[in-house]
Design a protein around this ligand. Structure first.
Ligand code: ADP
Ligand code: MG
Length: 571
């Protein structure tokens, strides 16, 4: 490898930075989300020069969230670019969140000089980034030489999308970025990584076992998770459910694999089906806290379990899995579907009689809540207004975060298409909203609507500027009840400071978007809300609607108040 001084004269010479940009482009990367600064500013410039879209954010966490959701929607790793130490650390939360959720992304950060960092001699933004990243992602790599760029990027892409997808950290040293190399030498060893479209098939025996168990079930149930949505096996999943007549429950991001108004959705009879099912087939859903670890509340301890899962280590993680089907859901569903020719799998009519009665009862209760008008609005009548509008716009992507805003929107807002609901995910985090909105708008070219609590919006609200700068068709709704959980909690000292959960119920979040040239609305009634949302959708312009919600209506921690420590002592 010829390494020479950078004289800028010889046209057969290039540098590590250009090699990285060309390698990203040739590996099909079409977008980079990031924030520039030392030492990656030129990298973004040259990426833009070669036709990669660069979207510059105001905080790296949101650039990372945009990359993560792009990975979820496309099965290709989204790219987040950051500067060294602080930018790197700001991005790390999104990288970790992507890994926990199984979203493929690569955080690429520039880093300062190894020799100074390793001897802890105090470099500008000096931090041992690669080693710090390791516990927060699936894999972490550093490229030290331009001739390793092809392999480094191949490893990063492969690690992000293979098996259970996740976040990968890729460290680019300043020294590597400025190393001069001969173009011909780089070209000799260059390659583009080939990632197969469908992953590994499960063993035929495991599929037989699963079908035998299902054929013997009287009250079968399918639970669809975001792994099923990610796999994009939508047609086969639907065909299997419709052929067998099995009721299904979608986890929140799996809503829309089959439309929420599908007659076989058991969402409105959730507790009943979980408590009574004798065989449950999990399709890309972990038995984590969101499913009470498969053993707590609402689970039939005598029920049998089938699990379709890419990661063999996940099986038996919380409870015995009677029939593990380890493989890519695309292959597994195809094999299960083909196996129906030999196995009589059918949900019994009396199972459906039970479910229908429960659905009817619960739907009536819900309708009462939705239609009861209050002033100020509560979550239900406001969300009902939103749902009435969005029903006529089934192509939009919905981003949802908050506490009560999340819980209630999950139940009220119907989703009709796969991967059209993007939310707080496995951790139940806030602070993903506008990053997801930008990522979804850029990746899909469609309109995006967010429903965010006023607290959630605080974590990512500055990206309203990003949305305006790139003229993205995003309508932001801030459900403002003036607080975390609720706005009317007292200061226990009796003093005049706001309580720990108090935010400003009179805030005009709508003014924020005005600063950047977007459209703003401040609404107090369901009618005003509908009109504002329709206006945002038809203008396709960046829009923010401040939705005034009664400060007294939220519940502490939404539906998961039980997770708070039970504090019973006194001072
Ligand atoms: P949810 O939160 O919706 O219940 P989880 O994130 O808990 O979903 O579970 C998703 C599961 O799907 C993960 O265990 C992941 O390994 C698995 N998964 C992701 N992609 C695939 C795939 N293509 N085939 C099979 N399983 C997958
Ligand atoms: Mg709130």
């Amino acid at each position: 490898m010829a390494i020479t001084q950078n004289t800028g004269q010889e046209s057969n010479l290039t540098d590590g930075m250009h090699v990285v940009v060309d390698a990203l482009k040739r590996n099909g990367i079409d977008t980079i989300y990031g924030i520039v600064g030392i030492p990656v500013t030129d990298l973004a410039r040259h990426a833009q020069e070669v036709g990669i879209r660069y979207i510059g954010f105001r905080h790296e966490q949101q650039a990372g969230n945009a990359a993560a959701i792009s990975g979820y929607l496309t099965k290709k790793p989204g790219i987040c670019l950051t500067v060294s130490a602080p930018g790197f650390l700001n991005g790390l939360l999104a990288l970790c969140n992507a890994t926990v959720n199984g979203f493929p992304m690569i955080q690429i950060s520039g880093s300062s000089n190894r020799n100074i960092i390793d001897l802890q001699q105090g470099d500008y933004e000096g931090l041992d980034q690669m080693n710090i990243a390791k516990p927060f992602c699936k894999a972490a790599y550093r490229i030290n030489r331009p001739e390793d760029v092809a392999v480094g990027i191949a490893r990063a892409i492969r690690a992000a999308v293979s098996g259970r997808p996740g976040g990968v950290y890729l460290d680019l040293t300043t020294a590597m970025l400025e190393t001069i190399v001969d173009k011909g030498e780089i070209e000799k060893n260059f390659f583009v990584t080939k990632v197969p479209a469908a992953g590994a098939a499960p063993s035929p025996e495991s599929v037989e076992e699963a079908l035998t168990l299902l054929a013997g079930a009287k009250r079968p149930l399918m639970i669809l998770g975001k792994g099923a949505a990610y796999a994009q096996a939508d047609g086969d999943i639907r065909a299997f459910i419709e052929k067998t007549g099995i009721p299904f429950l979608p986890m929140s991001m799996a809503k829309g694999i089959l439309p929420d108004d599908h007659p076989q959705s058991a969402a409105a009879a959730r507790s009943l089906v979980m408590e009574n099912a004798d065989v449950v087939m999990l399709v890309g859903a972990r038995l984590n806290w969101m499913l009470n670890h498969g053993r707590g509340k609402h689970w039939n301890p005598a029920g049998k379990l089938i699990q379709l899962e890419i990661d063999p280590v996940e099986i038996d993680s919380n409870r015995k899995i009677d029939a593990p089907v380890v493989g890519d859901i695309c292959s597994s569903m195809k094999m299960l579907l083909a196996g129906l020719a030999k196995h009589a799998v059918k949900a019994a009519p009396d199972w459906w009689t039970m479910i229908e009665a429960d659905k009817k009862k619960n739907d009536a209760k819900m309708a009462e809540k939705l239609n009861k008008l209050t002033s100020p609005m509560n979550y239900f009548n406001a969300l009902n207004a939103v749902n009435e509008v969005l029903k006529n716009h089934q192509d939009i992507y919905l981003v949802n975060e908050g506490a009560n805003t999340l819980d209630d929107a999950r139940n009220v807002i119907e989703i009709f298409k796969p991967r059209h609901r993007l939310d707080c995910g496995t951790w139940g985090v806030m602070g993903v909203g506008l990053g997801f909105a930008v990522g979804a708008a850029q990746t899909t070219g469609r309109q995006v609507v967010t429903i965010q609590g006023d607290s959630a919006f605080g974590f990512d609200g500055m990206e309203a500027e990003t949305i305006c700068r790139y003229k993205l068709p995003v309508t932001i709704m801030v459900f403002n009840n003036g607080g975390i959980y609720k706005g009317d909690s007292p200061n226990l000292s009796g003093g005049s400071d706001p309580s720990p959960t108090t935010l400003d119920p009179n805030a005009h979040y709508d003014k924020i978007i005005e600063a950047f040239g977007g459209d703003s609305y401040f609404v107090r009634t369901p009618d005003e809300l509908k009109k504002a949302l329709e206006a945002g959708l038809s203008s396709k312009r960046p829009t923010l609607i401040n939705v005034v919600i009664d400060p007294s209506v939220g519940t502490e921690s939404g539906h998961i108040g039980n997770l708070n420590p039970k504090v019973t002592g006194t001072h």
